[in-house]
Ligand binder design. Structure first.
Ligand SMILES: C[S@@+](CC[C@H](N)C(=O)[O-])C[C@H]1O[C@@H](n2cnc3c(N)ncnc32)[C@H](O)[C@@H]1O
Length: 290
């Protein structure tokens, strides 16, 4: 099963790409917020940044299969630019997913505190080639009267996935240096990618990530028996991704989430689980500095 990380610029890579069409793309770019990236200028003019995003959406569209899905993650204040970039490059809008954060909202005196991130879900053509209607089994709230006999389906509000970008509270899942410092401040949770990949692909499909970062997309795709290709411009991050793929950590293992999705129809087909899927490092979470 292909699980391939490239150390390259995503546009350059995509321009030369002649392989199989992508069935799903997870697009989690730098947000142009003057963050400190080693190999990227995160302080472009808004015009330049959004032209760049449109170019990425456009070229991914050209290399995607009919009905393929794209999930474009961004700050909520940029929703209109995200939808524009997708529409002008041909994608058909499906949902604006609200990913509600678990940590405290950023307070403000002039507007409501911000407590979510958006993920725009769009497809190539109006009908997705795959859309698996997942069912989950979250704990009952005090306002819920009865135990649900078969869980509930996933909606466009995702409030059950904890973000990793909150220092100490991020726990063991983020890659860390031996000092405890996180390797990458924008690492996505494996739970987020599991939901996206399960919803929009079947076993054997090809998942693409043009801004691979720490390689979360690839690590999850591999466990779900999907092919994957990621591109990451920074060579240090790239080395971490390679190591993360080659030496699985217990904190990346998604098998524990299976029962949460157990009411999903034909789950065993979407998510074949075997004990040999993922051989765990006996010393979990012990990535070493390169
Ligand atoms: C928001 S992070 C992605 C995090 C990722 N979702 C994860 O789980 O780790 C964006 C990444 O894009 C990379 N990047 C920036 N410009 C790039 C480019 N032109 N081509 C490929 N990667 C790029 C950055 O180095 C950074 O690691």
């Amino acid at each position: 099963m292909i699980c391939d990380i490239k150390n390259d610029d995503c546009i350059k890579y995509l321009e030369e790409y002649q392989g199989t069409d992508f069935d799903l793309t997870f697009l989690d770019p730098p947000f142009n917020q003057s963050k400190d990236y080693r190999s990227h200028d995160d302080n472009m003019t808004p015009r330049k940044y959004w032209d760049w995003m449109s170019e990425v959406c456009n070229i991914v569209y050209q290399k995607s299969s009919q009905g393929a899905a794209i999930y474009f993650m961004q700050r909520e204040k940029n929703a209109q630019y995200v939808l524009d970039a997708l529409a002008t490059s041909g994608w058909t809008f499906q949902n604006l997913i609200i990913w509600k954060k678990k940590t405290s909202a950023v307070p403000s005196n002039i507007r409501y505190g911000k407590h979510y991130q958006i993920i725009a879900f769009a497809t190539k053509g109006s009908a997705p080639r795959v859309f698996n209607k997942l069912r989950i089994d979250p704990p009952l709230l005090v306002t819920d009267k009865y135990q649900r006999p078969n869980g509930m389906f996933v909606t466009d509000v995702w409030d059950d996935i904890r973000e990793l970008t909150s220092g100490y509270f991020a726990g063991d899942e983020p890659l860390r240096y031996e000092t405890g410092e996180r390797v990458h401040k924008q690492q996505s949770p494996v739970e987020l990618l599991a939901r996206i990949i399960l919803s929009s692909t079947n076993v054997g499909d090809l998942v693409f990530d043009p801004f691979a970062g720490t390689g979360t997309t690839l690590v999850v795709a591999k466990q779900l028996h999907r092919k994957s290709i990621g591109v990451e411009i920074d060579s240090k991050n790239y080395n971490f991704v390679r190591k993360r793929i080659e030496s699985p950590r217990s904190t990346d293992d998604i098998k524990g989430m299976y029962s949460y999705y157990r009411f999903t129809e034909k789950l065993e087909e979407l998510w074949p689980v075997s004990d040999h899927d993922y051989v765990l490092d006996p010393e979990p979470n012990q990535l070493k500095i390169f």
